[in-house]
Design a protein around this ligand. Structure first.
Ligand code: NCD
Ligand code: ZN
Length: 344
């Protein structure tokens, strides 16, 4: 049987929510990931150091006995984030700030309204080597939802990189050939990107053909097949070192997804590395899975590589219809179906 052994991966973009929901989902990530960059878009958002440290304790308390899993904490950038906070955050071990353009996605109401008014704060990040993680979509209502990433690159990312040249940036959950081209042409270690399993495995037909599939709705929204192909090429091509694993696993209760105005977010933490293995196998690049999952992200965040390993077996695994999620239900990616790979 086909097997592959890799260093234990890190999830460089993860939502674990709070309270009962947090306790339901953290064990899934702890089972297969060594570390994770924890997103700060709670209600209210994690904007202060003390909040992040309390949140980290809650996550650590939800890690099952016998597993080791290190949450790496981020703060939510707002119009009021000061250079002083950036310096204190660095000293407190916060690993990054997250930019949500106001209104771009789930729980982004406190997001930034004009990034270019925050230049002193962004300059401070560059000075203390604190990366900025960007949700790379504009929120301009005149821009089509399928174009929002490409327009963000032109309107925000390029000017930002010109104005704060030493700032290190992760373009989170990229979805388009435009983003791939921009990153590979920039060809500079200060700009990298995370890629989700859903954007490597699915295109917008999976969202819209044969009926609307609320559990395939996430932001940035799934794009056309040519963009998926560009992502597969990105993670396996000659610039693959700029791209790394970030699931964007984003759990919502079933009733918040299946309703007249469903939330954006796909839950994938239950089988994340197995889903990525499917995608890398499709790209003929299983030998590059370890760099993507366990090395490129660690290098960007200046973390040591994990020494533990995991082994994946080419053996079908059935995915349950749902998981418990506090008092509610959570519908996972591939609900009631299967994934071609299993963890040994
Ligand atoms: C995320 C969430 O639910 O928190 N949703 C999503 O569709 N990805 C927010 C985000 O990362 O945009
Ligand atoms: Zn996210």
């Amino acid at each position: 049987m086909k097997t592959i052994t890799i260093k234990k991966p890190d999830d460089m973009h993860l939502h674990v929510r709070a309270d009962d929901a947090l306790r339901s989902v953290v064990p899934f990530s702890a089972r297969q990931m060594a570390r994770a960059i924890i997103m700060p878009n709670l209600k209210p958002p994690i904007t202060q150091i003390e909040q992040a440290l309390t949140y980290r304790k809650q996550i650590q308390a939800a890690v099952p006995q016998g597993l080791s899993f290190t949450p790496l904490m981020t703060l939510y950038l707002t119009d009021h984030t000061t250079p002083e906070l950036v310096i204190q955050a660095k000293e407190a071990g916060i690993v990054a700030f997250k930019l949500y353009p106001a209104g771009a996605t789930t729980n982004s109401d406190s997001g930034v309204t004009d990034l270019f008014r925050l230049l002193p704060t962004l300059q401070a990040m560059a000075e203390v080597d604190m990366p900025l993680l960007v949700h790379g979509e504009v929120t301009d209502e005149n821009v089509d939802i399928f174009d929002r990433e490409a327009v963000f690159i032109e309107r925000i990312l390029k000017p930002l990189m010109d104005q704060v040249p030493d700032l290190r940036i992760v373009m989170e959950h990229i979805t388009t050939s435009d983003a791939v081209r921009f990153i590979t042409q920039t060809n500079d270690s200060r700009l990298a990107a995370s890629v989700t399993p859903q954007h490597l495995l699915m295109n917008r037909n999976h969202l819209l053909v044969g009926g609307v599939r609320p559990h395939h709705y996430c932001l940035p929204i799934l794009k056309r097949e040519s963009h998926r192909q560009a992502l597969l090429e990105a993670v396996s091509g000659c610039h693959a070192s700029f791209f790394f694993l970030g699931t964007d696993s984003a759990p919502h209760p079933q009733n918040a997804k299946e309703c007249t105005c469903g939330c954006a977010g796909i839950f994938s933490a239950h089988a994340a590395i197995e889903l990525y293995a499917e995608a890398f196998e499709e790209a003929g690049a299983l030998h590059q899975l370890e760099a993507f999952a366990s090395q490129n992200g660690a290098r960007f965040y200046r973390l040591p590589e994990n020494q533990e390993t995991i082994t994946l077996i080419k053996q079908e695994q059935s995915i349950p219809e749902s998981f418990d999620f506090g008092m509610q239900k959570l519908i996972p990616l591939r609900s009631g179906q299967s994934v071609a790979w299993s963890l040994a």
